[in-house]
Design a binder for this molecule. Structure first.
Ligand code: OOG
Ligand code: NI
Length: 272
């Protein structure tokens, strides 16, 4: 791995843990001092120039990543792609984008106003991928987005950065199963995303996934500060699709539920 690529992932991680302090605790609890290998990192964006999925992906293609899978989430009005690198120590990359034109004119106009504030030259630098947001947004507009799309509201509040990292459970020496990982996390006080069940997927689809509910972080809106869900940690166990060959793709039905890890309304339901 080149030093530049290594530095990129280190910067991405450092930005992520600022908003996700529990990530350090996840490493402590699951790694017990040993390095954790990440299966993938996920990014979110809008399908609007200059920040379309394909434009952001160019940074990964320049690092040697190749486009591998396409996904569509009809109810959430999102599409996604995943990228893989031939260096097995590098995480896969999952990038989704919101299909803005499928929402109300009001949502479209709020989002377009945000995106218009981005200098297209900024997007051309790899640092863009952990540079946060380029706009001011009122708490009212945030709430308005939240009514239609939790994803749009998250993007408006946090901008461009890793949405989550994902522990590669196959590489955790002390854990045989995802159940065991989940039980250890719950004992340590973590709250897991239970949408679609604690474990999404199965050996039959060659991938099992779980995730924490997002941490909470203070966000400065133009009129006030609010504490809202920020980023989460995911856990993935992969199964062999052929002898000695693990499945490397994603599972749309499972991913659909993982998106809800930043949804405070889903977590409020869990509390009831
Ligand atoms: C992405 C959710 C999907 C996965 O691994 O299936 C996902 C997101 O929440 O932005 O990460
Ligand atoms: Ni993920």
């Amino acid at each position: 791995m080149s030093q530049q690529v290594e530095q990129f992932f280190e910067n991405l991680w450092n930005d992520y843990i600022k908003l996700t302090p529990s990530a350090a605790k996840v490493h402590e609890v699951l790694g017990q001092g040993r390095d954790i290998i990440n299966d993938h990192v996920a990014f979110r964006t809008f399908n609007q120039a200059p920040v379309r999925l394909e434009t952001l992906a160019k940074h990964f293609e320049a690092m040697g990543y190749k486009a591998c899978g396409d996904y569509h989430f009809e109810a959430k009005r999102l599409v996604a792609k995943h990228y893989e690198h031939e260096d097995p120590t590098l995480p896969k990359i999952f990038i989704s984008e919101l299909l803005v034109e499928e929402f109300s004119p009001e949502l479209q106009s709020i989002v377009k106003e945000l995106v218009a504030q981005i200098d297209p030259a900024a997007v051309e630098k790899p640092e863009f991928l952990y540079s946060g947001k380029y706009w001011q947004i009122s708490s009212n507009d945030y709430e308005r987005l939240l009514e239609e799309s939790e994803y749009a509201a998250w993007m408006a509040a946090f901008g461009f950065r890793a949405n989550h990292f994902t522990v590669n459970v196959n590489h955790l020496p002390d854990f045989e199963s995802l159940e065991q990982v989940n039980a250890t996390l719950k004992t340590a006080g973590f709250r897991l995303n239970t949408s679609g069940g604690e474990i999404k997927g199965s050996p039959e689809v060659y991938l099992e996934q779980s995730s924490t509910m997002a941490d909470h972080a203070p966000v400065r809106f133009s009129d006030m500060e609010k504490v809202i869900p920020s980023c989460f940690y995911e856990f993935a166990k992969r199964y062999e699709i052929a002898p000695n060959k693990l499945y490397t793709g994603f599972v749309a039905a499972s991913a659909d539920k993982i998106f809800e890890s930043t949804d405070a309304r889903a977590s409020a339901e869990q509390d009831n």
